[in-house]
Write a protein that binds this ligand. Structure first.
Ligand code: HEC
Length: 245
């Protein structure tokens, strides 16, 4: 037992070390807020599907978050799509690779692969950088090939960095991020922008596991059943062995 504890203790720092990069902001949990999920779906369809696909997601699955076929058709579908279609990309992947240098990945399960906190942080830490081919750079994913898609909402921002010597190797200089400066206003203020990205992140989290809500609801009953069943087996066991001795 002591050995096991010791091993667990030794493993702890490893878990910490596996994380790299700047700390991520925590994405608000909006899984049980259908209005937020619907706003997120709208942003996703309008801003992301031009480059990314979400092949595991069918439009009519959006009934889950409270949308009717009619609302899906009116607000979310491109003219060529049917309600039963999956979320296909508007651009050909080969073109995208040629234009951006990296193919935009399918976003169906991105929130599970990278974590909601990562997506929430990624979409909120873009800044202007004339040295990049797209004109944009990002704190969560430095030198990302993806431009700042939501810049009209957020406005243009510059980032300031301070040169700092590396604690492990004083000869080397690190650039430490010190803050953003707003250059032009977006159509949203910062609070509204954060909230829009939170909605979008919540939608992507839902999309990465549409059955999560059902799983949680079912989970309670399963645990309850197991508890009752354990009690019955325990009493049954006592009854069976009562006369044996
Ligand atoms: C103009 C095309 C384009 C649009 C529109 C676009 N993306 Fe991207 N996206 C890319 C490209 C290119 C990459 C690959 C970046 C790389 O690996 O450097 C990418 C990568 C990503 C990644 C993965 C980042 C990582 O760490 O690997 C996420 C998450 C993402 N996009 C989310 C979104 C969301 C959410 C939207 C809608 C708001 C969106 N993208 C709209 C081009 C686009």
């Amino acid at each position: 037992m002591k050995k096991l504890l010791l091993m667990l203790l030794l493993l702890c720092p490893l878990v910490g070390l596996a994380e790299e990069g700047p700390p991520l902001d925590e994405a608000p949990d909006l899984a049980n807020n259908p209005a937020a999920l619907q706003r997120g779906a709208k942003l996703f369809v309008n801003y992301c599907l031009s480059c990314h696909s979400a092949q595991s997601m069918r439009y009519n699955r959006l009934h889950d978050i409270g949308l009717t076929d009619d609302e899906i058709k009116r607000n979310l579908l491109f003219a060529t799509d049917a309600v039963g279609d999956t979320m296909k990309v508007a651009m050909r992947p080969a073109d995208a690779k040629a234009w951006f240098g990296a193919a935009p990945p399918d976003l169906s399960v991105m929130a599970r692969a990278k974590s909601p906190d990562y997506i929430y942080t990624y979409l909120r830490t873009y800044y202007r950088d004339p040295t990049r081919p797209t004109g944009w750079n990002n704190l969560a994913y430095p030198n990302t090939a993806m431009p700042h898609i939501l810049w009209q909402l957020q406005g243009i921002r510059d980032a300031t960095f301070k040169e700092q010597s590396n604690p492990e190797d004083p000869a080397q200089k690190d650039m430490k991020f010190t803050g953003f400066t707003q250059v032009t206003e977006g159509t949203l203020n910062q609070v509204q922008y954060d909230s829009a990205v939170a909605d979008l992140t919540a939608f992507m989290t839902y999309m990465s596991e549409p059955a999560r809500k059902t799983r949680h609801e079912l989970g309670v009953w399963v645990l309850l059943f197991l508890a009752v069943f354990t009690f019955i087996t325990w009493r049954l066991n006592a009854a069976f062995w009562k006369n044996v001795h």
